[in-house]
Design a protein around this ligand. Structure first.
Ligand code: FAD
Ligand SMILES: N[C@H](Cc1c[nH]c2cc(Cl)ccc12)C(=O)O
Length: 517
């Protein structure tokens, strides 16, 4: 059996991988992380998917075990601002749609139009986010009793439902560097070895597979399986194994970012329980509220905006609190490595692939890559069928998210400059235009979205299409022939429940202040 795993890279990908493998295999597999002291991690990556809770559960970690160490807060969804026109906003929440008489509430919304805020009419989360409420009561109970959480107390045999479509009502925001540090401790306590050194060369055998990585001061580090977590560099998978990188630049032009970390007085400002994506002249600005500061950054297309202009725009957006803060300029490699697994080398994290963080998918790709690696873990012989299956799963997840992100720009009603007008006519990934044309007549459903697992369900597509406002959606004809009484009752119930929850739930600041105490 395969015994020695060597991970190169100590960012979020490196230490998430080391933690998970140490937790999965214990001392039956040796895990070594080689990370440079000289090369910085990307320094961003702070909002997640709701399925990240399976990662922490698999490690036997409860929220109170890790959140206080990472300035973590809750994310009930994403608030998209100014994508339709200035002043307009809507939410894409972690909340499935209720079904009435066989149709999702968005279909009934298109038919009855109870108000101009579809998100407030069909989701509870929109009101909870607007009121900056916590998803948990001060005694820790979750607002939505339907969610049976903690089925297995931490530490017993774990289940990971990542690809079985659990829908938990929230995700997290956390400080990426603090999480990597926390997971370093977790992994080392469970036997992982950390070597702080630069990999300066890679030794390959006669097959071209990696036999060891050569470090500057600690000699050669041999292994059976090598995990490339070196970020955009792709030191092992691209540079050594020569796996080509497929650029998505033709369909997703945002290739740059400038980020700031800004301390804020949360007691005074409050703590919105969601990520905000505010459209700009050449991209969009993220605002991620952590406990004690905000993470913010402008993701933009360098064809339409210079780094200096982007930094000016970001500082103006944030205001005087940003004056003393140093900006972190980032060039993004958008696309994916053709095969994440080649020979005895597997790329996880930015080395595997990346699309702009509009739907917080970077850490989702890492988690998916790790979970799939355990599911496809090789025997000594490395069965090519396992490698092929792994590569298909990773390619589908990244290609599916790419298509979903392109949809955001095609569906955005904004057309007030070349950047937003070009977004409507730019090349689309194969298959999207046909699906797009279908959705004009019949709203997206499970069988008409990207067909393979990529983390999103049809309600996410409906949220974006209805929120962005650029694609007129027709009501479903059948609803005009039905009495609709049950739908009216459901709209009223949603309104009553939302009002009641806003009244009863604590503010997110109140809940987190207690948790971080
Ligand atoms: C602007 C931006 C915003 C983002 N926002 C989000 C978000 O909100 N949500 C989300 O899920 N994802 C987000 N992401 C993606 C997320 O940041 C990454 O997925 C995550 O940080 C993983 O990075 P990594 O560990 O793969 O690479 P990195 O953080 O770049 O780490 C690379 C590691 O490799 C080491 N290394 C490199 N070369 C060598 C060498 N020769 N020898 C030894 N060590 C070496 C470095 O020292 C470092 O430790 C964002 C990305 C960008 C660019
Ligand atoms: N796997 C789903 C993906 C998902 C569902 N709703 C949202 C909302 C936002 Cl803001 C990001 C991702 C998703 C999940 O994580 O629940």
């Amino acid at each position: 059996m395969l015994k020695n795993v060597v991970i190169v890279g100590g960012g979020t990908a490196g230490w998430m991988t080391a933690s998970y493998l140490s937790s999965a295999f214990g001392d039956r597999v040796s895990v070594t992380v080689v990370e440079s002291k000289r090369i910085a991690t990307i320094g961003v990556g702070e909002a997640t998917f709701s399925t990240v809770r399976h990662f922490f559960e698999y490690l036997g970690l409860r929220e109170q075990d890790w959140m206080p160490h990472c300035n973590a807060s809750y994310k009930l969804g994403i608030r998209f601002e100014n994508w339709r026109e200035k002043g307009h906003y809507f939410y894409h929440p972690f909340e499935r749609l209720r079904i009435v008489d066989g149709f999702p509430m968005t279909d009934w919304w298109l038919h009855k139009k109870p108000s101009d805020r579809f998100d407030q009419d069909v989701f509870l989360m929109a009101s909870i986010c607007d009121a900056q409420r916590s998803p948990r009561y001060l005694d820790g109970r979750l607002f939505e009793q339907d969610y049976v959480e903690g089925r297995e107390p931490a530490g017993t045999p774990r289940t990971t439902l990542l690809d079985q479509g659990t829908q938990f009502p929230y995700a997290y925001h956390f400080d990426a560097a603090m999480l990597a540090k926390f997971l370093t401790g977790y992994a080392k306590e469970r036997g992982a070895t950390q070597i702080l050194d630069d990999v300066v060369d890679v030794v390959r055998d006669e097959r071209g597979w990696i036999s060891s990585v050569r470090t500057a001061e600690h000699g050669d580090v041999a292994g059976d399986l090598f995990i490339d977590c070196t970020g955009f560099r792709g030191l092992l998978i691209n540079k050594t194994m020569e796996e080509p990188f497929i650029s998505f630049q033709d369909t997703l032009p945002n290739d740059s970012a400038v980020a700031l970390r800004v301390p804020v007085d949360m007691e005074e400002r409050g703590l919105r329980p969601c990520t905000t994506a505010t459209a700009q002249d050449a991209g969009w600005i993220w605002t991620i509220p952590l406990f004690g500061r905000i993470g913010t950054g402008y993701v933009y297309a360098s064809d339409y905006c210079s780094p200096e202009e982007a930094e000016r725009t970001l500082r103006e957006f944030v205001g005087p609190e940003s004056d003393e803060m140093e900006a972190n300029h980032i060039r993004m490699r958008v696309g994916r490595t053709r095969n994440a697994w080649s020979g005895n080398c597997v790329a996880i994290g930015l080395a595997c692939g990346f699309v702009e963080p509009l739907e917080s998918t970077g850490i989702f790709f890492i988690q998916h890559g790790i979970e799939q690696l355990v599911k496809h873990f090789p025997a000594q012989g490395f069965d090519p069928a396992l490698t092929d299956s792994y590569n298909r799963s990773m390619a589908d997840a990244i290609d599916g998210v790419r298509e979903f992100l392109v949809l955001h720009y095609k569906a955005a009603a904004r057309d007030d400059n070349a950047y937003w007008r070009d977004a409507k006519t730019r090349t689309t990934p194969d298959g999207l235009q046909e699906r797009f044309d279908q959705w004009r007549s019949k709203p997206p459903a499970a069988d008409t979205i990207f067909p393979r697992y990529h983390g999103f369900e049809s309600y996410s597509y409906l949220s974006i299409l209805l929120g962005m406002g650029g694609v007129p959606m027709k009501p479903t004809p059948a609803l005009a022939l039905m009495d609709g009484v049950a739908a009216d009752k459901e709209f009223q119930m949603l309104k009553d429940e939302a009002r009641d929850l806003v009244k009863r739930l604590p503010s997110q600041y109140e809940y987190l202040a207690q948790l971080h105490r």
